[in-house]
Ligand binder design. Structure first.
Ligand code: PRE
Length: 326
């Protein structure tokens, strides 16, 4: 319908792995897609209302967490993750026309891409100097500029295909052929995506200070309710040395009693806990739930406690022995 399409920001320019992730979102092809030059700029567009949502990388199977994203969603105006997308990663080395592998001295790409091609680089271009790029595609397109200061770039094969003027000096140069990057679609807080039985919940928990065993207490909120964690990372808050928060992904949806109860426990331990969303898992793997941590078990337990309290409160109100036994 004209005029009704959504606006999605993404880590651009066109040809990034992040754009490939965005194109997996069902309505993204019809949507307005706005490239941003970094993760913060993409998220700012959501915060200031100029985009409905933003696609950003959060985790790579080889390199781990994307710290720019973990930090940007942990503070500032609250945001919510509404979807995750997995993209298999494969890299090529492209160069300005006329440059051979033996002439490559300076290579640009995104820091995460550089880290995933270390072995290939050490073997084939050991002398190469790394020039940080804002994304793999930005680095590749930079080669087409007159005043480009580097000789080659590491990017997605798609970028090489779309720009035949770049010559491909190496294919499949990633150190791990099974590498996958996980991306998140982030929007302003609103209704949570519905429970599917195959969901993830992301939270940020500031570590309470001067409290021995605080991390164990945090983990116990999940463990004692049968909630599995799929990622936990500590990040400095940036305020002062030794001040950390934990960024955590848990299997399950906040609407499930065991997850909701764990969230309440986290809030008691660390009131600054930030809920970042419950959303369907990209791999659609259903979360196994033990009978004693099911919604039915929580509900039966609550009913039992209420029944005790009901009897007690009658006793408490009247204070008479007779009413306690009534
Ligand atoms: O530079 C890109 O193409 C991106 O989408 C960013 C990014 C990342 O942040 O990890 C995405 C996937 C790859 O792992 C390398 C770079």
């Amino acid at each position: 319908m004209p005029g009704s399409s959504r606006t999605y920001a993404f880590l651009g320019p066109e040809g990034t792995f992040t754009e490939a992730a965005l194109l997996q979102v069902p309505d993204a092809l019809q949507a307005v897609r706005v490239p941003a030059s970094n993760v913060n700029a993409a998220l700012d567009r959501v915060r200031d209302g100029s985009a409905d949502a933003a696609m950003v990388p959060i985790e790579n199977s080889v390199e781990g967490g994307v710290t720019a994203t973990l930090d940007a969603i942990a503070s500032g105006e609250e945001l919510r993750i509404i979807r995750e997308v997995l993209v298999p990663i494969s890299f090529v080395l492209v160069a300005r026309p006329g440059i051979g592998l033996e002439e490559v001295r300076r290579v640009s790409t995104h820091g995460h891409a550089w880290a995933q091609c270390r072995l290939w680089v050490d073997k084939h271009i050991p002398e190469a100097e790394y020039v940080p790029g804002s994304s793999t595609a930005a680095a590749a397109l930079g080669l087409l500029e007159q005043d480009c200061t580097y000789d080659a770039a590491i990017c997605a094969p798609l970028v090489a295909r779309e720009h035949p003027e770049l010559s491909v000096l190496g294919e499949d140069i990633g150190d791990n052929p099974g590498a996958v990057t996980r991306f998140i679609l982030v929007s302003r807080p609103g209704a949570l995506p519905a429970r599917t039985g195959a969901d993830k919940t992301t939270v940020v928990v500031p570590l309470p200070e001067d409290r021995p065993g605080a991390l164990m207490e945090i983990l116990d909120q999940f463990a004692s309710r049968g909630v599995n964690l799929s990622r936990i990372e500590s990040r400095p808050t940036g305020q002062y040395l030794g001040h950390y928060f934990f960024s955590i992904d848990a299997d399950g949806h906040a609407g499930e009693a065991r997850v909701g109860d764990a969230l309440a426990g986290l809030h008691r331990i660390s009131p600054g806990t930030r809920f970042l969303g419950s959303y369907p898992r990209a791999d659609k793997q259903v979360t196994p739930v033990a009978a004693h941590t099911s919604d039915a078990a929580f509900s039966a337990a609550n009913t039992w406690v209420q029944s005790i309290l009901g009897a007690e409160s009658v006793a408490g109100e009247s204070g008479s022995e007779a009413s306690r036994t009534a």
